[in-house]
Design a protein around this ligand. Structure first.
Ligand code: NDP
Ligand code: 8X3
Length: 252
């Protein structure tokens, strides 16, 4: 029987690339995001290319009523989720803590922490009942280190790191794997979102070195997801070769 994976934030970047890798590996998919047209187009493309079944759920992870409504609308067979990739997330702004926008903080906390929790709170009981499942939380190097202008993004990703550890402990009796993936710089829509469409700041982020791609992280996620039943990668930091830590890049 084919596995089922639920990937949040599959309309671009790491989530979209992971949906494609999973489809290549014959995994049926539930993909989510706010941009419904993109979601439908990703789904159509994957069905056509790989012959997998793809369900789309169009909701904002910050809204728990929407999260509950959409996830609880899944038919019984689609609730047998083997892999949950908690990927939907973002950074908003890169300003010093004394002058950053409150609305940016709220957006990051509501999306990266509360959204991840809302989705997990629905899916984990299904996994616990079946005594099987794998949760892959997309954390960041920002969940391990702190950098200038990143205080609240780093705080939310540190929270993801802690949630992964706690989830692993609480779900231990239920045979559930929890993998925390911590990438360095990945060139996706991330920086355009962070800098609110400022192309110069986006380009400067990736200038002079080769960043990771969504596909690189999707390969890593897929490797973790396809390991034998008794093997779990708990925590994984993956960086561009030209990035030593969250703040130190070798740019040429
Ligand atoms: P993208 O901006 O390309 O993708 C983000 C995805 O999250 C989109 O599909 C977006 O979908 C979804 N998303 C954002 N907000 C919401 C929301 N409120 N409700 C539902 N979906 C939402 O960035 P990445 O692929 O780079 O980011 C994916 C994850 O990887 C994030 O958690 C990010 O923090 C993390 N990460 C990124 C790194 C990087 O350097 N790029 C490095 C380390 C971690 P839509 O807009 O359609 O809702
Ligand atoms: C994204 C990587 O270094 O911008 O999580 O925080 S970083």
């Amino acid at each position: 029987m084919k596995k089922i994976a639920l990937i949040t934030g599959a309309t671009s970047g790491i989530g979209k690339a992971t949906a494609e890798k999973f489809a290549q590996n014959n995994i049926n998919l539930i993909i989510t995001g706010r941009r419904n047209e993109r979601l439908m187009s990703v789904a159509a493309d994957l069905r056509e290319k790989y012959g997998v079944e793809v369900k789309t759920l169009n909701f904002d992870v910050r809204n728990n009523d929407e999260v509950e409504k959409h996830l609880n609308s899944l038919e019984a067979e689609w609730r047998n989720i083997d892999i949950l990739v908690n990927n939907a997330g973002l950074a908003a702004g890169k300003d010093a803590i004394q002058s950053a926008l409150l609305s940016d903080w709220e957006q990051m906390i509501d999306t990266d922490v509360k959204g991840l929790l809302y989705v997990s709170r629905i899916v984990l009981p299904w996994m616990c009942e079946r005594k099987r499942g794998h949760v892959i939380n997309i954390c960041s190097i920002a969940g391990k280190e702190v950098y200038s202008g990143g205080s609240v993004y780093c705080a939310v990703k540190h929270a993801v790191d802690a949630i992964s550890k706690g989830m692993r402990i609480d779900c231990l009796p239920y045979n559930i794997k929890v993998t925390n993936i911590c990438p360095g710089a990945v060139e996706t829509e991330f920086s355009m979102v962070r800098f609110k469409g400022d192309k110069e700041k986006n380009d400067a982020t990736y200038r002079g070195f080769t960043p990771l791609t969504g596909e690189d992280i999707a390969d890593t996620i897929t490797y973790c997801a396809l390991l034998p039943e008794h093997v779990c990668i708990n925590d994984l930091v993956t960086m561009p070769t030209a990035q030593a830590n969250s703040g130190l890049f070798f740019r040429q």
